[in-house]
Design a binder for this molecule. Structure first.
Ligand code: SF4
Length: 302
């Protein structure tokens, strides 16, 4: 099976101690069985420190200390596991973050998640989101899905990148082509749905209350919004099992895009705002599902 990635994928390198929102703060990191075994059999002195730092529960994970910091994050925001044992001792989640994977018709796709500020900056500043090419052979196979979500996705990307039309016209064309738009839920309902989600930071709940699904003038932010929407679609629509699920996922993506547009209207750093949307909405399966299920309902009860 082949692995595919967008052209910007290879630009990513973790900025470690220069990161303002380290993924080693605020997240409980589950440790996979294979890596746990490596800690148990390692002889280096730091391996016993690592073992002591694991909370023994059904899902073994690293303890967090003050400010929700991973216990292995040092005062310079560098990982002590890498410094003492080497990168080969990172658990799957730490080694893979911020990458995500989707099984598609002709193989597997990998992308960079926008909750990581470096990945977010790359995504919002790179052209060529529709250039998805093979990066390696994985050496194993997985069952191929029957539905090929890459076909409607490619159609969507060609509408989205049509420079002969203004950005809002392209969005309008997408709404028509796929019979899904943020207005199917309406602004009031969407704000209510957003307000009821689970938040990592309660300030973001208030921040998101400015949501509007209207196609207002985006004041030179069109490229940012276009690339953000392409990212959301690449991540959430590509693994859809049928066109119904593709449209529900697209509804979620369109809400994220309009939320970013609404936040940018009030000014602010586009990378930081997109990162917040990613962290709060798409990095919580429950939140993503809550919004998608509103679209499923609106498709069946128009
Ligand atoms: S959020 Fe991204 S850049 Fe920051 S520490 Fe994590 S992987 Fe590195």
């Amino acid at each position: 099976m082949k692995l595919y990635a967008p052209s910007y994928y290879k630009k990513f390198k973790c900025i470690a101690d220069k990161c303002r929102h380290s993924c080693c703060i605020g997240w409980e990191i589950d440790i996979d069985e294979f890596t746990l075994g490596k800690y148990q059999s390692a002889e280096a002195p730091y391996a016993s420190e690592v073992l002591k730092s694991i909370e023994d529960s059904e899902n073994p994970h690293f303890m967090l200390c003050g400010g929700g910091r991973c216990v292995h994050l040092d005062e310079n925001n560098l990982c002590r596991i890498i410094l003492n044992l080497g990168e080969g001792y990172l658990c799957d989640i730490c080694r893979e973050h911020p990458r995500f994977y989707n099984t598609v018709k002709n193989g597997m796709e990998v992308g960079l998640g926008m909750a990581c500020e470096e990945a977010c900056s790359i995504i919002l500043n790179s052209d060529g989101y529709s250039e998805i090419s093979e990066i390696c052979e994985l050496g194993y196979d997985e069952e191929s899905p029957e539905f090929d979500a890459c076909v409607p996705r490619q159609r969507l990307f060609s509408i989205l990148s049509n420079c002969e039309k203004r950005y809002n016209e392209r969005l309008f064309d997408i709404y028509n082509e796929f019979s899904v738009s943020p207005n199917m839920l309406g602004d009031e309902k969407t704000r209510l749905v957003l307000s009821r989600l689970e938040y990592l930071d309660s300030n973001h709940q208030k921040l998101f209350s400015c949501y509007s699904g209207a196609l207002f003038d985006c004041d030179g932010q069109e490229k940012i919004l276009e690339r953000a929407l392409a990212y959301f679609v690449y991540r959430h629509c590509s693994g859809a099992e049928d066109i119904f699920e593709f449209r529900a996922a697209l509804g979620f993506c369109l809400i994220c895009e309009r939320l970013l547009a609404s936040l940018l209207k009030n000014c602010g750093d586009a990378v930081e705002l997109a990162r917040i949307i990613s962290e709060e909405l798409e990095y919580s399966e429950d939140n993503t599902e809550a919004i998608k299920s509103e679209f499923r309902l609106s498709f069946t009860n128009p």
